[in-house]
Design a protein around this ligand. Structure first.
Ligand code: F6P
Length: 544
């Protein structure tokens, strides 16, 4: 089929000019720096170390402005069915709409969201006050286990760990995700079943890993309760949009999810119950308010000041104009250690698409880059060598804090100096001549060989986020900014950022393979599998 989608512009003139302009030169321009540092509340975004000059920025921004992005954005906020392949609205913004200056979601959605928050508040407060019995749960909870995977794990996990400082009660939080039995086994060995509350989170309530782990925990608690099912159910809260399946499963309390919220956008809903149990409902509502600040900003600011649009421009430039195939996210904040894996799902599950949804034709430009990364400074001592001198250029994203929650000032200043130094070193580099001047001994050839190895080409782009401090508000805002960047890229690339058909095929094949591994006596008919799969199944069975 002929595509009705025009290819994105190549901005060739700008690209050619910038190919000859080193970042060392670009960062000297103070006015450009002012323009490329933008703030929303407690978050400063600095994209001045990206390989864009003002002319290129204006060209891309002007192009985007003509694509109807504002109407597309408003359609999302208002609940139009923009997730066309599933015929669903995309209303994660409604989850924090209560804190927005201009809530835009349909009234019935606003009511459902407010009611669910109240319901969650009841449970959280009761458990915190040791009165779980009053809401059908156990009392004396010491440990909470969130069982879920993907969006039912990564967001809550990120926020619970990031906001450790704000935990209000001495209840420990755990996350059980993978179906690798070792994780469940090890966790059960450390916990007291009589004091363990489980939050079983699955939007679909059909996810193999989650249901299996939920069953393992139910059997463990059931055994401790001498087979008493009613007593056992008091240890379980389920969060799902599939009420029928949850009711069959038998949790004492059910908190709702809706199909207008995608899993990877769901931490703001009851999917984030473990966050609320950690930081209390007041803290949870502050997280929502931070996200609402980003929402209001995204809806009000022109592209020149709009952080999600600027982030999308940077990603577009690096991916589509400069051909960069990955981006490293490096928080200089230990508490944000889970951010890279959270963003992997948010960005790669959303934007890992290759066709236009309206006519099924292939996109003509690359879509999502690989997102990866880990905390600095540790990362500097692992893979930064390749980022500085490897043959590929990998754009980076640094995240730092102005004010940490601890009083160890020297640690913080050393940490932040390293962040600033890496961004500087990557962009400025060190010339051959500078390296040669430092090589004092040896013959001329030896000095030149050494200098070549000690040269840094530089010109390697990075973005810096500086958060005033890490709070529920700033975390909520940061995550929502990323969500809206994803929306903008989906819009720009003409793909559906809100479905995830690419995860289905493997799930189906896993279910077909399972009986051949589970049934020790009879592996069944292996001829249904390809030769490589058959060979591995046989090898595994032979070595058991
Ligand atoms: O397999 C991918 C996925 O569907 C994600 O989109 C989702 O976040 C995750 O699985 C978990 O799904 P659920 O919440 O339905 O268990």
């Amino acid at each position: 089929m002929e595509s009705k989608h025009a290819p994105l512009p190549s901005f060739a003139e700008h690209a050619a000019r910038l190919a000859k302009t080193h970042l060392r030169e670009l960062v000297q321009d103070e006015a450009r720096g002012e323009r490329l540092r933008r703030r929303v509340g407690p978050i400063l975004l600095d994209i001045s170390r990206q390989k864009l000059d003002i002319a290129a920025l204006d060209a891309v921004g002007g192009y985007i402005d003509g694509t109807g992005w504002k109407a597309a954005r408003d359609a999302m906020f208002e609940g139009k069915h923009i997730n066309t392949s599933e015929d669903r609205a995309v209303l994660h913004t409604a989850l924090r709409g209560g804190a927005s200056r201009h809530p835009a979601a349909p009234k019935d959605v606003q009511k459902d969201v407010a009611d669910a928050l109240d319901q969650m508040e009841l449970l959280v407060n009761a458990v915190h006050e040791g009165k779980g019995a009053s809401v059908g749960l156990i009392g004396g909870v010491t440990d909470i286990v969130n069982i879920g995977i993907g969006g039912s794990d990564l967001g809550p996990r990120l926020a619970v760990h990031a906001l450790n400082q704000f935990h209000v009660k001495s209840i420990r939080s755990h996350f059980l995700t993978n179906v690798d039995g070792q994780a469940a086994y090890d966790l059960m060995n450390t916990l007291d079943p009589s004091r363990t509350l489980v939050i079983l989170v699955s939007k679909s309530f059909n996810t193999q890993e989650t249901l299996l782990n939920g069953g393992v925990f139910r059997n463990w608690i059931l055994k401790a309760n001498g087979g008493d099912e009613a007593k056992t159910s008091k240890h379980f809260i389920a969060v799902s949009s599939n009420v029928e399946a949850v009711n069959k499963w038998g949790a004492s309390q059910v908190l709702p999810m809706w199909d207008y919220v995608g899993g990877r956008f769901s931490l703001w809903s009851a999917v984030g119950a473990s966050i609320a149990f950690g930081i209390g409902m007041k803290g949870f509502r502050e997280l929502l308010a931070g996200a609402a600040e980003a929402d209001d900003h995204f809806r009000a600011a022109e592209w020149q000041d709009n952080l999600p649009v600027l982030l999308a421009i940077v990603e577009f430039w690096n991916r589509n104009i400069l051909g960069r195939s990955s981006r490293a996210v490096v928080p200089y904040v230990d508490a944000l250690g889970d951010l890279p894996s959270y963003l992997q799902q948010l960005e790669m599950e959303s934007l890992g698409k290759h066709v236009h949804p309206d006519d099924g034709t292939e996109v003509t430009q690359s879509t999502v880059p690989v997102v990866w990364g880990s905390i600095g400074t540790n990362a500097q001592h692992a893979y930064f060598q390749a980022l500085h001198q490897g043959t590929d250029t990998v754009p980076l994203e640094f995240i730092g804090l102005v004010k940490p929650a601890h009083p160890l000032r020297e640690n913080q200043d050393v940490l932040t100096s390293n962040l600033l130094a890496q961004a500087a070193a990557l962009s400025l580099g060190k010339t051959f001549e500078e390296a040669l001047a430092e090589a004092k001994t040896g013959t001329d050839d030896e000095r030149r060989a050494l200098a070549a190895q000690r040269t840094f080409k530089g010109d390697r782009p990075s973005t810096v986020f500086m958060l005033d401090s890490l709070t529920p508000h700033s975390l909520g805002e940061l995550i929502a900014l990323y969500e809206h960047k994803v929306f903008m890229l989906g819009h720009l690339w003409g793909i559906n950022a809100f479905d995830q058909w690419g995860v289905e095929l493997g799930k189906v094949i896993a279910k077909q393979i399972y009986p051949s591994l589970a049934n020790d006596k009879d592996a069944g008919d292996l001829s249904q599998f390809d030769g490589a799969t058959r060979g591995l199944i046989k090898a595994i069975r032979d070595r058991r």
